[in-house]
Design a protein around this ligand. Sequence first.
Ligand SMILES: [Fe+2]
Ligand SMILES: [Fe+2]
Length: 419
Amino acid sequence: MIEQQPKLIHAFGALAELGQEVANKNNFQETIRTSLHLVSGALGIMRGGVARYSRFGRELNMLAVRGLGDDFPLSLSLCMEDERQFLANGLNAIEVASARVLPFFQVYSVSIDAKGIELLVPLIIRDEIVGAMFLGEKATGEPYSTYEIEIICAMGRHVGVAIAQRNLMAEIERRAEENRKLFDDLRTTYHDTVKAFAAAIDCKDKYTEGHSVRVGKYSEIIANELDWTADQVEGAATAGYLHDVGKLTVERKIINAPYRINAKESAELNKHPAVGFEILQPIHHPFTDVPLAAKYHHERLDGRGYPDGLIDREIPYIAKLVNLADSFDAMTTDRPYKARRPAGDVIDDMRRNAGQQFAPELVVAFMRGMLRELAGDAKEKRFRRLLGREYMEAEGLTTTLRSALNELRPTSEMTRIDP
Ligand SMILES: [Fe+2]
Ligand SMILES: [Fe+2]
């Protein structure tokens, strides 16, 4: 034992290094190569290889080889009987003489004998075959001693754990990818459902065809101008698409009345925000504000809105945003009793009502978006598509927008109420 001490110390050193290598998860291939190098270096082994087991293909695929030459197979197929015997053997070295009974050994015996493989170590981790080590003769030509075999098995355990870890990571990555795909599918489904709902709401109102869809798009423009995240922008668009969902329960003749509706009809119509909230509240939305936008999109900063007459900061921000988009669409589309208003008029209305009905910074964001498109700085011509080219080319629109923005800017940081 005395003369074996330096060898033992060397081997333990290699084992410690191997532990460190295994802990380094960054480069798996490199870890395995270094492991093989350390094992053979520590014990003076001439050649060998480390293979990873693929359960699905029932193959041992070489990850690292040393001194085996080009003619040694890089992939070795196992059969069920090999698997069974590997598992029964556990993580223990099998000497070639005993390994000859394994079916796979008989298939590859020519290559294995030609390379002087002496030991085969199945890498079994938690009752699962994760790979195998093939080790050739030692430089000294002596047979492996019991303690060397023990060291090899200890090292094999480290290598096996590295492979098992890698398998686990690959499985986690695969599942994460699967989840991501499922999530994307769900998101698309949600998005399509929201759009289908918006179309259903708009269907009921023949005079304001496409209103919900347009409000969704204007809400999206405002949220984009506010530099919201992609998720928040989608949430704002969804809130816009669904804000009038409560109208589904209002009688068609009230919605489509070709005259100004009376007080009773108006009271009926004014229930739609509360009804919308009731419809949307039980649904698990990815965006929490959607039901709130439906409930409060007719509130005004000055408290003269409905259903609750909330003021300024009592109104959820998303509802203020949708309110602006909603009002803009109401002003810029023909109604049965009222033609659409000219663009300049609408801008003027928004400017005057900033702080009364609308949150000033939202008006600023909306106007800025419009001005940007007119100046040719916007990626898409969304206003033009929603309002028509002629409408957006109204004379003096750019000047009106600029002066409105100049007037609003100094007070646009905070939502305020004018006395
Ligand atoms: Fe509404
Ligand atoms: Fe609306």
